[in-house]
Ligand binder design. Structure first.
Ligand SMILES: C[S@@+](CC[C@H](N)C(=O)[O-])C[C@H]1O[C@@H](n2cnc3c(N)ncnc32)[C@H](O)[C@@H]1O
Length: 382
């Protein structure tokens, strides 16, 4: 389905073409100038009236009253979507935003399963056909990259390719599905310490939430991350260029080479440490070793100012401590996890509630005492 606006353009052009031959006929028959002019002006007025009637008719068909929720959302939103040179559109803070503040809560325009057996383009067109004209327009208004050059306009292949390109540029994972969230889709990307906004899908509620991972100043751009950026600059840039069609110039990618190399080695070390931490799962390392690794990840993250995933890291350390029956450590890690889950996922998230339960009574942790007793140690040294 082509964008609704192209239908308008075609209608206007058709009217103009039918008008022009009439003028030529009068000129050839030698009618006197004054009546000719009058007729000409009458014709113009008539055509304008028809054009306006068609325009208002289509506007009426496409118009939908904005919902009260939508109006409230726009009024309360701490950001606005603007044009940004070299980036298309982007999102700018309209006031200072506190760390952990809710940025948006958004329902999907539509969701499709992550794994499908049919043609993805055809599936998207079916999903789009179920939307209202206004919703469909909000999809076709989104930006896109990687559109194949060789498809012929106004063919079913073209329509599928267009829907697919828009979907691939803007979709977000939502549990076992992938969806389009038109407001979140306007957030541009930043790597490592450059991104300040994090989104999460809430399966039970059926919406996406985004929070400020860091305090954001009025006028600053809100950036999220499109990929795991704990990898070297070249590798990040290659990925972003292939999938999103741009060469990242975020604050981290723009560092001078010597500083960029230092940042890369911190990020690679963090990745490596995460893999080592996971080895506690098959008992390859002790609880104490796992906690040491968690502390090291934390302190490298502080140096790099890479704060994402901290809630999860501290919650995993609380898990290790609980499994080894280290009550104090389990509660301390859980308190840290609660703080960072609140920033990243929201104080009302399921994960934050779980941490509150561990703080209240670590022995109620589902893995309490499942491994030998061991003093694991809390995050104090962090
Ligand atoms: C999900 S959209 C983000 C919003 C988009 N800029 C727009 O105009 O609607 C993803 C696209 O935005 C652009 N983009 C995102 N982050 C960028 C960045 N850091 N620098 C330049 N372009 C970026 C790329 O064209 C990318 O394919």
């Amino acid at each position: 389905m082509p964008p609704a606006s192209s239908t308008h353009r075609r209608t206007a052009k058709a009217k103009k073409v039918t008008f022009e031959p009439k003028v030529e006929e009068h000129t050839r028959s030698g009618t006197r100038t004054a009546p000719l002019l009058t007729r000409f002006l009458t014709g113009i007025a008539l055509i304008s009236a028809i054009f306006l009637a068609v325009y208002y008719y289509y506007s009426y068909l496409l118009w939908e009253p904005p919902s009260t929720a939508k109006l409230e959302e726009d009024l309360l939103s701490p950001f606005q979507v603007v044009d940004l040179p070299g980036k298309g559109k982007g999102v700018i803070a309209t006031r200072d935003i506190a760390q952990g503040e809710l940025l948006l809560r958004e329902k999907p325009l539509f969701l499709v399963p992550t794994h499908i057996t049919s043609s993805p383009g055809a599936l998207l067109l079916t999903s789009l056909a179920r939307l209202t004209p206004v919703q469909r327009k909000s999809f076709y208004d989104l930006s896109y990259v990687n559109f194949p050059r060789d498809v012929i306009p106004d063919t079913p292949e073209y329509n599928e390719a267009l829907a697919l390109a828009i979907f691939q540029t803007n979709s977000i994972a939502a549990g076992s599905n992938v969806g389009i969230f038109p407001r979140m889709a306007r957030f541009n990307h930043g790597c490592s310490s450059a991104f300040n906004s994090v989104y999460t899908w809430r399966e039970k509620e059926g919406f996406l939430v985004a929070h400020a991972l860091k305090a954001i100043k009025k006028g600053e751009e809100l950036l999220t991350t499109y990929t795991d950026t704990k990898r070297p600059r070249d590798s990040r840039r290659r990925y972003l260029h292939t999938h999103y069609g741009f060469t990242c110039q975020c604050a981290v990618c723009s560092l001078p080479d010597d500083l960029s190399r230092k940042s890369d080695s911190r990020l690679s070390r963090m990745s490596e440490l995460y893999s080592q931490f996971a080895r506690w799962g098959d008992s390859s390392i002790s609880g104490q070793e796992a906690a040491n690794i968690a502390r090291e990840i934390w302190s490298i993250g502080e140096e790099e100012r890479y704060w994402s995933e901290r809630g999860r890291l501290a919650a995993d350390a609380a898990w290790v401590a609980a499994a080894h029956s280290d009550d104090v450590a389990a509660r301390e890690w859980a308190a840290l996890a609660l703080e960072w889950y609140a920033y990243e996922l929201g104080a009302d998230s399921e994960q934050a509630h779980e941490m509150q339960n561990v703080i209240a009574d670590a022995e109620k942790h589902p893995v309490w005492g499942s491994r030998h007793e061991e003093h694991v140690g809390g995050p104090k040294k962090v």
